[in-house]
Every structure is written in C-alpha cells, then in structure tokens.
Design a protein around this ligand. Structure first.
Ligand code: ZN
Length: 287
C-alpha cells in the first residue's frame, strides 16, 4: 500500500476537517468494497458461487437487479448474497470505524449512502442521521404493489439459505418466498424497479432535507467515498452541490475509478484514488 503520511493532500484534508463546521459523509459501492463486499471480484465469486458459473455469471455485479434469470436462480443467489453482505456480523469494519471517529469530531453530521448493506448502522452510527434512498437488504416487500408494508428479511435467510442447491445455486419452486398479503412475488426492499416501496425511507429523506436546510450557510466538509455514476443523483451530485454553495466548504473525494472533480469546485476539493482505509487512517493520524 503506498505511503500517504506526509502527502500534501493529507495535510490539506486535515486542515479542511479542522476548519469545517459540519460534516456530511456520502458513500457508494466503493465504500462497501473497501469493507470487504466487492461486487466485481470474479475469483471470489467462482469460489463462493460455483453453481452460478454454469448460468454464465462470473461476478456479483451481473446479478444486480437481474430478474430475467427466473425466480429459482434469483432467490438461490440472493439468499446467499444478502446473508454475506447484510447479516454477516463481521463488525466492526475498520473503514466505517475510521469514518465514525471522524464523525465524532462534529456536533452536526449526516450520512447519505446508496449502499443497502446497513454497514453504517451496523458499525454504530446513529440511524437517525443516515439516509439510505436505495433501501435495505434487511427488509422484504411485495413486488405486486398490494401493500406498502415491509417486513424483516432475516427469516428468509435463516429458513431457506441452507435449502439452496449449491450445485445449481437454485431454490426449489415450492420454497420461493411469496408476499404474505397477496401471495404474489416478493423481494428485498431495494430500489430495483418501480415496485420499490419507499415508505421506510421517507423519514430519512425528510431528516436529510432538514439537515441541508439548517446547514445552508455553514462551512461543510463533504467526504464522498466510492460513489460513481450509476446513481449519481443520490450522493455524488448532491455533495458537489453542497460544496459549490459556500466557497469555504470542502469536498474530499475518495474514489479509485472516478476521482474527477468538476471545474467549478476544483479549488475546494481534494481527491484520492488510494484505498479509503489508507486515506482515512492517514488523516486521523495527522489530526
Ligand atoms: Zn403482495
């Protein structure tokens, strides 16, 4: 891992943290990858999902919102994926702990993340300061729109994961979960299609909007980790906008694949392509 201590960008980031009044942390898939949940690792996929290879899949990202594979493979795959990424009990995760240490320096902070693995909550962040517009693998919902209710998805994992046929990664027809209300198709409460139930996340959105309003004139430090261009309207663009509205606000962007900064806020931004944990630990050491 390249040494970052003494790097002038670290000194700039440290200075920005010291002078900022409030903090917003934005996170996309790149942060979950840094916590060990990598959706593009084909070697690990071949090891963990040998049955998926015969269906033509080589990495997790290909199964994102992929309903065309049919219910048997869909559930066979997702029960295991959700067990690994949402219910693995692998806390604490060092990269989230480093972010939590940073958040504790601020009286008023907020997290907005497209990740559906609840890693912030699981690492001790206050749920009331987190907005997750894309949902949470921890909940289930109807796919027919019969109800706005959601329910814990944990029983699916507990009761069905060990019944998935590992050689084909399929779940048998008679075991496929059905909506408890209408008997129709069901899924995890994540934003894959228009059937997504937004209800559990409305309160988070209101809190996020209130946070933005009350900090309109503050010097905001935005830390944007691993948010690319898949759904930039949730994290990447809002944090750029927050930075642009006050010349004393700063954006720290940590992103291996998309480190670029828009021209208008170049002078207020510090960009890193290095590993997020390495960057955050170097900043914490420097503070
Ligand atoms: Zn239903």
């Amino acid at each position: 891992m390249p040494e970052l201590r003494g790097n002038p960008r670290i000194a700039l980031a440290t200075e920005a943290i010291r002078s900022a009044e409030v903090l917003v942390i934005g996170a996309g898939a790149g942060l979950s990858a840094a916590a060990g949940y990598d959706f593009t690792n084909s070697e690990k996929f071949a090891r963990d999902y040998p049955g998926m290879l015969q269906h033509g899949f080589t990495e997790k990202i290909q199964m994102m919102a992929n309903f065309s594979v049919g219910e048997n493979i869909l559930w066979g795959y997702y029960l295991q994926n959700v067990a690994e990424t949402r219910f693995d009990n692998g806390e604490p995760h060092p990269v989230h702990q480093a972010l939590r240490q940073l958040s504790e320096l601020f009286k008023d902070w907020f997290v907005v993340t497209t990740n559906v693995d609840a890693l912030f909550q699981r690492n001790g962040f206050d749920q009331r300061r987190i907005y997750t517009p894309q949902g949470d693998y921890g909940l289930g919902q109807c796919r027919s729109g019969c109800t706005q209710e959601t329910w814990s998805s944990k029983p699916w994992i507990d009761n069905l994961l060990n019944q998935v046929d590992r050689s084909t990664q399929k779940l048998a027809d008679e075991l496929i979960p059905r909506c408890p209300n209408c008997g129709g198709p069901t899924f995890f409460n994540v934003r894959c299609a228009s059937w997504f139930v937004d209800k559990p996340w409305l309160e988070g959105r209101l809190r996020w909007e209130a946070w933005l309003k009350r900090n309109r004139t503050q010097k905001v430090l935005s830390i944007d980790i691993g948010s690319g261009f898949n759904t930039p309207m949730w994290v990447r663009w809002p944090l750029e906008k927050i930075t642009s509205r006050n010349p004393q606000s700063t954006l720290i962007r940590i992103n291996r694949d998309h480190p670029d900064i828009p021209k208008q806020i170049e002078a207020q931004s510090i960009s890193f392509q290095e590993d997020p944990l390495n960057v955050l630990n170097s900043i914490l050491e420097d503070l």
